[in-house]
Design a protein around this ligand. Structure first.
Ligand SMILES: *Cc1c(COP(=O)(O)O)cnc(C)c1O
Length: 422
């Protein structure tokens, strides 16, 4: 420790709880481009920073805080669970994990669940599962997983390789073998890819897609495309894996993103919204591809009593409070408001894309403006939004957002766009 880090405590002129970004940056790796504020507390859709400034939260920890901040059901579940049992590892049965798995499988097309800690870890496991399925069920020596260009599947080596965006892969060579990329929403390109791989003696075991490309710019999957992909997978006997890390758990206006594109996957993954802010991820599989056996996959923290107890409270509340219905009506309201803004600022805005409560305001490339400029202007107005790529301003509020919240968000974004234009 350097003497500099002690300064805040020894200097009487600096309050002990004053947040100092410079001290933070001295000790934490610079892996994120952070906004120069620190959040201190939150309630519902509101956050307050260390200076006491209030924000309307349309980021929700990146589509994660399903029930907003400090929802009483989560506070109660977390408090009760930490008093009872926190962690034991998967050496023993974890009843909370079983209950959460039952909730998920009785409400989805999946038969069994594996729990882990993040979206990347869930996708990594799904890729392992697909490879084993390729080896043992399809007799493929070196199974290929096809993914889409502009996709996002995580930051581990395999998932960053699966991610069809070179900007995330730069400087991390050598990447993991066994992936192949196709344009999204293009069935002919997918068929051609499979033919080309076949001719090259490279056999496909699975196709991994997002029902909507979230990070890639809030690009909805085309239901016609997904139906054709499903048919193709059935014909070839290969797996359809859907990455629902961002769009699962009600965000699209259906409980699962696959319902929104109208197909059932063989495997799908969850993370972000599942724990409402607790670190949890999951692989959900139908029984015919539930092929991982003891010793082949695992996670020390995966599905521990604490996170599962809290995630279960999120799931139950989602149902009890008819949150998915709220997603539909508030989503519609938000899109109408955004469309009106796009009309009001035609020099800046191209249009609006989205489903439920994952929506993007698409900026005009020729406006010489990037989404980050709008995000910064909104932040100054007290509204939190995030970019999805360079040209899209993404809004992923808590799913419990109210009519008044949406109205206020539109008004704040209106002011932010006005500032940017000026
Ligand atoms: C966020 C995200 C991931 C990665 O999740 P982490 O929890 O950050 O590892 C993977 N896939 C999609 C679609 C995501 O949105």
């Amino acid at each position: 420790m350097t003497s500099q880090t002690l300064t805040p405590q020894t200097s009487p002129s600096v309050a002990e709880d004053t947040f100092q970004p410079a001290v933070f940056d001295q000790h934490v790796m610079a892996t994120y481009g952070r906004f120069p504020i620190a959040m201190e507390r939150g309630v519902g859709t509101r956050l307050w920073d260390s200076e006491g400034k209030e924000y309307l939260d349309f980021v929700a920890g990146i589509a994660t805080c399903t029930l907003g901040h400090c929802h009483p059901a989560m506070v109660e579940a977390a408090t009760a669970q930490i008093r009872k049992l926190q962690h034991v590892s998967n050496l023993y049965y974890i009843p909370e994990q079983g209950e959460l798995a039952e909730w998920l499988t009785t409400r989805s097309c999946a038969d069994r669940v594996f729990f882990c800690n993040s979206g990347a870890e869930a996708n990594e496991g799904a890729i392992k599962l697909a490879r084993k399925y390729g080896h043992t069920e399809l007799g493929i020596e070196a199974p290929i997983v096809i993914t889409a260009k502009s996709s996002f599947h995580g930051r581990t080596l395999a998932t960053v390789t699966a991610t069809g965006q070179p900007k995330y892969q730069k400087n991390f060579n050598p990447l993991v073998p066994g992936f192949y990329y196709v344009p999204y929403n293009d069935i002919e390109a997918l068929k051609e890819a499979i033919t080309a791989l076949d001719a090259d003696q490279r056999q496909v075991a699975a196709i991994l897609l997002e029902p909507m490309q979230g990070e890639g710019g809030v690009c909805p999957g085309n239901p016609v495309y997904f139906k054709q992909v499903r048919q193709l997978c059935d014909q070839l006997g290969i797996l359809l894996i859907l990455d629902e890390v961002q769009v699962g758990m009600g965000r699209t206006g259906n409980l699962w993103g696959y319902q929104t594109v109208g197909v059932e996957p063989d495997i799908f993954t969850l993370a972000k919204g599942l724990g409402g802010g607790m670190p949890i991820g999951a692989i959900l599989a139908k029984s015919h591809c539930d092929v991982l056996r003891p010793g082949e996959h695992g996670s020390t923290f995966g599905g521990n009593p604490f996170v599962c107890g809290v995630a279960l409270s999120v799931c139950k509340t989602l149902e009890q409070e008819s949150v998915v219905m709220n997603v539909r009506s508030r989503g519609q309201q938000l899109r109408e408001g955004l469309k009106a803004l796009a009309k009001k600022y035609p020099a800046l805005c191209e249009g609006v894309r989205g489903w439920g409560l994952i929506n993007g305001l698409v900026l005009k490339a020729e406006a010489d403006l990037v989404a980050l400029d709008v995000v910064k202007a909104a932040l100054a107005e007290g509204l939190l939004v995030i970019p999805a790529g360079a040209q899209v301003v993404r809004m992923v509020p808590p799913l419990v957002v109210s009519e008044a919240d949406v109205k206020e968000a539109i008004a704040l974004l209106d002011r932010a766009l006005g500032t940017v234009l000026a």
